[in-house]
Design a protein around this ligand. Structure first.
Ligand code: FSX
Length: 345
């Protein structure tokens, strides 16, 4: 199935509410995509470090589209994504990453501001980054994710960190982190760049946490970035972000306030064990006493839910509705700060 830009716009219009896009934003998106059609579009380069690839899997569950390639190849120009592209190995790394390395080449597509960088997964920094090599890139030796991420981030137009691992370190950076795994923000902060370079780079970062993130959060943010920058100004306009650089469209409210079990919290009616639950408990009993982190977690999971059957519809379910405590995967500090996930009374 091939999805045209027109259909992508239709999708954004139909699902504007679900994606968190205003009518005005959809209009601007139309201008941006028109420019994309005329100019070939700004390429998207998607690189992956230490991760389970769940973020990519989540994106491929984006509703409405047959495949993620339809979303990104036919609407947004995804030039590089190792998991879903057909080409692999030295052939494609040589073309793409060598382009990113050779930043001075006059006709190089990947010169400053020439692409949007999506980072999935944490950056492993110990032992000069050898825990994560990302391809046969330089003659007879491999390049590290750490080197590639820093080079590409410096020259990216904007940087979307997708998933808890790429944003705040996630599971790869949990206790026992011998590989020195870090989220992008901390990785840049600990790098050898100058203070001015770090500031400039950090200004371009948008964090889309979640383990994994909801596909709407990813697609919606990409759509908003395009809509905000139809003319590709030198300094990109970013969506409204909170203090840990999450788009407010999706991460503005504490989970509990929209939770179906909130009445239980207000009346002090708590579930005693996740193993014993009735249907009625789903709206009557709060999960706080079995380890729920909803009180400190900002996410729209309770209203958006996951696995919608068609575009624009609320999803079928999510952790808390399924009887499992929220484990705070959109918050900095996950998983250590929120462990254990389940408390057994
Ligand atoms: Fe991390 Fe992505 Fe958790 Fe996995 O690839 S956010 S481990 S579900 O999904 O990076």
């Amino acid at each position: 199935m091939r999805i045209t830009r027109r259909e992508f716009l239709k999708y954004c219009s139909i699902t504007a509410g679900a994606l968190g896009l205003s009518a005005g934003t959809v209009l601007k998106l139309e201008q941006a995509l028109a420019l994309e059609a005329a100019n070939g579009g700004i390429p998207v380069m998607w690189i992956e470090g230490a991760a389970c690839t769940g973020c990519t899997m989540s994106l491929t569950n984006s509703i409405y589209y047959g495949t993620v390639a339809d979303v990104l190849l036919n609407t947004i120009d995804l030039d590089f994504h190792k998991t879903i592209m057909v080409a692999c190995g030295a052939e494609v790394d040589g073309v793409r990453f060598t382009g990113a390395n050779a930043l001075t080449a006059a006709n190089n597509l990947y010169t400053a501001g020439g692409y949007v960088l999506v980072v999935e997964g944490a950056i492993q920094t110990a032992a000069n980054g050898v825990y994560c090599e990302v391809g046969d890139l330089i003659g007879d030796h491999n390049e590290t994710m750490a080197n590639i991420a820093l080079k590409m981030a410096q020259n990216a137009y904007a940087i979307l960190c997708v998933g808890q691992c790429a944003t705040y370190g996630g599971i790869p950076a949990a206790r026992g982190n011998v590989t020195g795994a870090k989220g992008m923000w901390d990785f840049v902060g600990a790098s050898a760049l100058t203070a001015a370079q770090k500031r400039a780079l950090k200004k371009k970062i948008i964090n889309i946490p979640g383990c994994p993130p909801h596909p709407d959060w990813i697609v919606g943010t990409i759509a908003e970035v395009l809509a905000l920058n139809p003319d590709l100004p030198a300094t990109p306009r970013l969506p409204a972000l909170d203090s840990v650089r999450r788009p407010k469209l999706f991460y503005n409210e504490v989970h509990c306030f929209n939770c179906a079990r909130y009445p239980g919290q207000q009346t002090g009616t708590y579930l005693k064990s996740t193993l014993v639950q009735t249907e009625a408990d789903k709206t009557a009993k709060c999960l706080k006493n079995v380890g729920c982190k909803g009180r400190v977690t900002k996410t729209d999971c309770p209203t958006r839910k996951w696995n919608a059957l068609s575009g624009g519809n609320v999803g079928k379910n999510y952790c808390v509705d399924a009887g499992f405590p929220c484990h705070g995967c959109t918050q900095p500090g996950f998983p250590d700060k929120h462990s254990p996930f389940i408390r057994i009374p």
